[in-house]
Design a protein around this ligand. Structure first.
Ligand SMILES: Cc1cc2nc3c(=O)[nH]c(=O)nc-3n(C[C@H](O)[C@H](O)[C@H](O)COP(=O)(O)O)c2cc1C
Length: 227
């Protein structure tokens, strides 16, 4: 048997006495042709980042923090941040790893029309996403609040997202110590820790960068991050 590489990347194999047949060369053109033959959805998933980053916001702070997180990582690692008000159940469930951010609004509530925000947000999203299955997924939460003006319901909304994802089978990582904050009550505490990163851009904005860095380092092993 003799073989010869042609200019189109195909090996022509001569098999005496039965003539010749074409077999694909194992290499990039071959892989590309396999990918091209797959359904679009699957190729999109193969090309997708592993970490989805979704946020809700009323006045923009939680979006700003999402951008601070994303700018540390390339697009193969983390998707661009997306406002939860335009996320479908399929988008949400497509990632094995999720970072979810929310402020607390109203009286210790998630942002949304029910807490007098101007736009839909997490309140409406959790209804829309009610049937998602998050088993096998890992989730990390970050929450924004104001410990001075709302010290009796500091970061309360974070517990609603925590309960939501736990109820649907996710594992939550990234619990955060309560040291360094001055508040009266928070519903977002489980086993003496906040269920996610606690940020207060109204009173402790200068600590945001350091807290983010420490938290990303903490979740790095679970999220496959190099921080
Ligand atoms: C009307 C209103 C209600 C708020 N209620 C709470 C609250 O109950 N608990 C809390 O910790 N922070 C509360 N905050 C503070 C916000 O969570 C904080 O300002 C946050 O940074 C806003 O994030 P955003 O810009 O992404 O909407 C409230 C702020 C406003 C304007």
């Amino acid at each position: 048997m003799r073989s010869r590489l042609q200019s189109d990347g195909i090996w022509r194999v001569s098999t005496p006495p039965g003539g010749a047949r074409d077999v694909p060369r194992i290499g990039q053109p071959f892989v590309r042709s396999i990918l091209a033959a797959l359904p679009l959805q699957l190729t999109e998933i193969l090309a997708m980042a592993k970490i989805g980053l979704f946020f809700g916001t009323s006045t923009g702070n939680t979006r700003k923090v999402a951008k601070m997180i994303k700018k540390r990582f390339d697009s193969d690692t983390m998707a661009d941040p997306v406002n939860i008000n335009r996320v479908s159940p399929e988008d949400f469930a497509a990632y094995p790893l999720l970072i979810l951010g929310s402020p607390t609004m109203g009286d210790g509530q998630l942002p949304g029309l029910g807490s007098e925000c101007e736009e839909e947000s997490w309140q409406e999203a959790l209804e829309r996403l009610a049937d998602v299955d998050l088993s096998g997924k890992t989730v990390a939460l970050y929450g924004l609040g104001d410990q001075v003006s709302y010290g009796h319901e500091f970061l309360d909304a974070m517990i609603e997202i925590y309960d939501f994802v736990i109820d649907r089978g996710a594992r939550v990582v990234g619990a955060w110590p309560t040291d360094g904050y001055d508040f009266t009550v928070s519903q977002a505490i489980v086993d003496d820790k906040f269920v996610g990163l606690a940020l207060d851009l109204d009173n402790q904005a200068d600590q945001t960068e350091a807290r983010l860095q420490a938290w990303l380092k903490q979740i790095a092993p679970d999220f496959g991050l190099s921080v």
